[in-house]
Design a protein around this ligand. Structure first.
Ligand code: IMP
Ligand code: MG
Length: 182
């Protein structure tokens, strides 16, 4: 799989060092509150597992599964929620964890949907944020790394459901994005 990458952006030690920093910041910001973490699956799986083990707070974990990207690098505007019931977050402090902020469609939809459940407060944490003009105006309160507008895989992030198990994050070779059926 390494051969399918143009270059590695963040290796395992670099990711873990950054997670130490974000976890310390979140732990300090939420020290006297009981947090409900909402993990947006599947892309955030590795990130959530590694980050939460660094946060020594009393917290609850809920998972949402959404699809906004149907194996096409150009993300569609439609965000489909794959479960029927939303977590009960009324009156709670929520921290949404997602893999990457790209067009903003996913996080905007997740945020708006969770707002209907009347939480006390919502904060957003993403591992990666692409430097680009977004279709939706959403900001993350905590960002692992800012990256250029390139298609990346690994550490949970996929291309057509592959590469999630790479322990590092890298840029996928451009020609693979264009290959039909890859
Ligand atoms: P959005 O465009 O901000 O709605 O991002 C939607 C989703 O597209 C993210 O949660 C990822 O699952 C996926 N995505 C966006 N950019 C990338 C990328 O560079 N690599 C892998 N997945 C991506
Ligand atoms: Mg994906």
């Amino acid at each position: 799989m390494r051969g399918d990458l143009e270059r590695v952006l963040f290796d395992e030690p670099a990711i873990h060092r950054r997670l130490d920093e974000i976890a310390a910041q979140i732990s300090s910001d939420f020290r006297d509150r009981e947090l409900t973490v909402i993990a947006v699956l599947h892309g955030s799986l590795m990130f959530v597992a590694d980050l939460l083990r660094r946060i020594p707070l009393r917290l609850k974990l809920e998972c949402l599964s959404v699809a906004s990207y149907h194996g096409n690098p150009q993300t569609s505007g439609e965000v489909i929620f794959k479960q029927i019931t939303l977590p009960n977050v009324a009156g709670r402090d929520i921290l949404i964890l997602d893999d990457i902020l790209d067009s903003g469609h996913t996080l905007a939809a997740v945020r708006e949907t969770l707002e209907t459940a009347k939480p006390q407060n919502i904060r957003v944490c993403v591992l990666l944020s692409k430097k680009k003009q977004r279709a939706r105006n959403v900001a993350a309160d905590y960002v692992g790394f800012e990256i250029e507008d390139e298609f990346v895989v690994g550490y949970g992030l996929d291309f057509k459901e592959h590469y999630r198990n790479l322990p590092y994050i890298g840029v996928l070779r451009k020609e693979l994005l264009e290959e039909p059926g890859k």
